[in-house]
Design a protein around this ligand. Sequence first.
Ligand SMILES: Cc1cc2nc3c(=O)[nH]c(=O)nc-3n(C[C@H](O)[C@H](O)[C@H](O)COP(=O)(O)OP(=O)(O)OC[C@H]3O[C@@H](n4cnc5c(N)ncnc54)[C@H](O)[C@@H]3O)c2cc1C
Length: 295
Amino acid sequence: MTITREHVSAPGAPEPPMRPSRYVVTARRAETYDTVTLMLRPAEAPIEPPRPGQFTMLYVYGVGEVPVSVSGFRPGGSQGSRGSRDQVLVQTIRAVGAVTRALCAAAPGDMIGVRGPFGTDWQLHRADGRDVLVVAGGIGLAPLRPVVLTALAERARYDRVVLLIGARSPDDLVFTRELETWRRRDADVRVTVDHGSAGWTGQVGLVTKLIDDAIEDPADTAAFVCGPEIMMRLCSEALANRGVPATDIRVSLERNMRCGAALCGHCQLGPLLLCRDGPVVSYAEAAPLAAKKEL
Ligand SMILES: Cc1cc2nc3c(=O)[nH]c(=O)nc-3n(C[C@H](O)[C@H](O)[C@H](O)COP(=O)(O)OP(=O)(O)OC[C@H]3O[C@@H](n4cnc5c(N)ncnc54)[C@H](O)[C@@H]3O)c2cc1C
């Protein structure tokens, strides 16, 4: 594969931040039984404004540090060279282990360390004048939420804005309070769950099943896909089979990340260091890597 400009920091680019900035938790919203959204404000020098799709390293003092995608961002008032002290950083975390459990348990007033932002972004500009198709599985909607919010804030720039959302069960759906708002703002939001439950009247089945019907003009569609790796692979295949060019399908790849600065090598995938060259890459780049065993 070719390493493009997107993959390598431009000459003169600022050094990646290695020291966490202290952020205070200002609000906490439970999304599901195991997923929480935290609103964070800088207590000292803020991080630079993240682009949709980028991630931060969140550090719980005395527990550890993990990569988490930015699920929302408000820049705040007057910007310094880095960002505003009024900025609001929104991060959505699913409790799976020690650090994510500690993050989900954080309460307003608690202090968290933040480094970043790191990595590549969704490149929403690729969808200018075309259809935006967001395909999310479970908590995969968190890294895609900034795409949805940006697309709806600049609604006239795009043709259709379509969201296909899948989750294991109705209890695993995140941002449910926002889905109606997004519909009112002219997004076509379609939801399905693998397994229904009592009271669920919506669609049942895998999110891949929604793809065929959602696409009107494949050559004029930019797709943004995030979820479990198998879901991203099957959805990307379905999109490509429907005629969406592989370069117009973007996926967010997760690997074990430690430094965030392309130094430690933990997140290597073939020729890519995903903390710098990812997490968001095109399906054209991801497909050959996914096909190789043991990468
Ligand atoms: C770029 C990027 C963005 C991410 N964005 C989010 C996000 O927005 N919200 C969120 O909740 N999580 C996100 N994650 C995953 C998150 O970083 C892991 O869940 C976290 O590192 C687990 O740490 P832990 O100490 O809580 O659990 P551990 O004890 O380290 O792990 C618990 C379980 O989770 C698995 N696991 C650990 N790290 C990962 C990983 N990177 N991918 C998949 N499985 C993993 C382990 O194999 C283990 O089974 C992201 C990961 C990356 C690389």
